[in-house]
Write a protein that binds this ligand. Structure first.
Ligand code: SF4
Length: 281
């Protein structure tokens, strides 16, 4: 059933077929589709730009359980969004292609990015992270409603460790591993500028450490442990240090219980931005 995009009014099926005009969709009907872990590794490695990476990862179908889940959610929907089309595809990276700071999240939310097609957009977690980015002066607006809302990030990019919405927000280890080459390539393609990675939660922290090892970066031993405000230096083969910064995830579980407050988020984000800019403050 075709339904209108909540901002543009253009009609879309759910899930959204590639290249049909969804805001920010860089894929086309002929974009190659990864259907196996080997396909993901091959296509990710062959991406020569972030646009390539966004395009190819946004049509990926390599994890059968997650593909079935994301597409089922896109059809069944949540009651309050039943008059909207759902993206129902992987959420690619988003933000400044020349970012100094990469924010690594866990995975898209079923009715957030899986609906809007843009990371952290249209859910409570996004309300928190984009408001914090706006307070820090690196987002042009504090809200993130849909992929055509005009949101722009300066010096910051975000990417998910797993690009498809998982049931209960819990990807399987095999799905985490299958998706890892997309994030690995994201870090390779942003290598000229990224100097800090802020991992939201222990899951993202662990995946970034795995990515770093796969890229041949020097990771401290024993492996640095995740914590809110924890910082670990990851040294690339060219000697450049990328600072991994831990931050409690902006999940409702954390923000509603007070485990993560705005002040705590602002403090760690400010530190991550300072490290990304080559300042230690
Ligand atoms: S989780 Fe990652 S590897 Fe698996 S289908 Fe989604 S984009 Fe592809």
């Amino acid at each position: 059933m075709l339904l209108p995009h909540p901002r543009t009014g253009e009609a879309f099926e759910s899930p959204v077929p590639p290249g049909t005009g969804w805001p920010g969709d860089v894929a086309a009907p002929g974009t190659p589709v990864a259907r196996t872990p080997d396909d993901v590794a091959r296509l990710a490695a062959s991406a020569t730009s972030l646009d390539d990476l966004d395009r190819d990862s946004s049509v990926c179908r390599a994890c059968p359980r997650l593909v079935a889940w994301r597409e089922d959610v896109a059809v069944v929907k949540r009651r309050m969004f039943r008059d909207q089309p759902y993206w129902g595809r992987p959420a690619a990276g988003f933000g400044d292609p020349a970012a100094g700071l990469l924010i690594a999240g866990l995975a898209p939310a079923a009715h957030g990015a899986n609906r809007t097609g843009r990371l952290f957009t249209g859910d409570r977690s996004g309300d928190w992270i984009f408001a914090a980015l706006h307070r820090a002066g690196v987002a042009n607006q504090a809200t993130s409603v849909d992929a055509a809302d005009g949101l722009r990030l300066a010096g910051v990019r975000m990417a998910a460790a797993v690009r498809c919405a998982p049931p209960d927000n819990k990807p399987l280890p095999s799905e985490r591993d299958t998706c890892e080459p997309w994030l690995r390539r994201e870090l390779e393609l942003t290598a000229p500028t990224v100097r800090a990675v802020m991992a939201l939660g222990a899951f993202g922290w662990g995946v970034v450490l795995t990515v770093a090892r796969h890229l041949g970066w020097d990771v401290p031993r024993p492996a640095p442990r995740f914590g809110h405000g924890a910082v670990a230096p990851l040294t690339r083969p060219d000697g450049v240090v990328v600072h991994l910064v831990g931050c409690y995830h902006v999940s409702q579980q954390n923000t509603q219980t007070g485990r993560l407050t705005e002040a705590m988020l602002d403090e760690v984000l400010a530190h991550a931005l300072a490290l990304a800019a080559g300042r230690t403050g």
